[in-house]
Ligand binder design. Sequence first.
Ligand code: OSB
Ligand code: MG
Length: 369
Amino acid sequence: MKIERVVLREIRLDLLERFEISSGGSQDRRILLLTMEGEGEVGWGECVAGEDPGYSYETTETAWHILTEFLLPFVVGTEVEDPSDVLLATPWVRGHRMAKAGVEMTAWDLAAKIQGVPLATLIGGTRDRVVVGVSVGLQPTDDDLFRKVEGYLEEGYRKVKIKIKPGRDVEMLSGLRQRLPEAELMADANAAYSLADLDRLLELDGLRLMMIEQPLAHDDYLDHAALQAQMETPICLDESIRSVGDVALALELGSCRIINIKPGRVGGFASSRAIHDLCGTHDVPVWCGGMLESGIGRAHNVALASLPGFTLPGDISESRRYWKEDIVAPEFTMKDGMMPVPTAPGIGVQPKLDQIAALTVRQETFERP
Ligand code: OSB
Ligand code: MG
């Protein structure tokens, strides 16, 4: 397909409530959206970089810089056979996988629309609905947390992920476990601990958590392996996994037993599929994480979660869990803890153009006549 025109936009979209993790918080999201035009169709995508460099070194601002200066000028005008080849024009750009993923995933939506097939089908999805969970940020009190979690379980979410940090961990979670003995709970530390906290981390073992996500530093595979060797609860890596190579390293060392795949973090769908396939050969379950995406990024995540190895509930919640009004129609909803995979071509939901235009704070167009 020929890529004739690419538009990069930054929109502001306010979360209904502040989302707090160990490294900081987020409320007024600065989201980058991309459109890619070719052969009479328009592909849509989203870059998942956050406002601050707490989760990753990439931010909305660095992604804007990399996209406008080093990626999009070279992508536009190219002819690509396969969407995963869309960045072959700039193979020398190191890192910045969130910026790259935004481009790659937009190209996949364009390709799916040109072929008239759902994005999920094009990337190898096999399910018509995906099991979903919800991620709950740090709350002011344990009572607030309990009420939130209880509400989400009543809505039908199949897994509730709870953010923890030193001082808000063992006591908080054991209290919650006592009040919700049967709930499918997990914890996410966003790299807030070190092996100096070993005793505290091992206390989590009695709480029947499905897993603990990223307890230690983003770049510390050895310490995660040392922790996993002593811990019964499976460790799931998030920040540590940027590529299939990172997964190979983590599995070889025994750093984790579960992988969180966020396509926007690992460079896109080709990389996600490679991770999915490698985990499959090791019997390692995977699930699709989230980055507080708008309906555009959510659509990409739902498509990925329809691949066969995604056996655990994703951090893919209903539109109304995040936004007063999502930017796609129809909004994402679930039934019995399952979210349907859209069946229309591409991402299968319609971006609401007027609303997106009203939310846009800057925009740059790349064109080749
Ligand atoms: O660690 O999974 C994480 C959001 C922003 C940054 C990091 C994380 C998260 C979430 C949100 O947990 C998941 C979602 O999109 O619902
Ligand atoms: Mg995480």
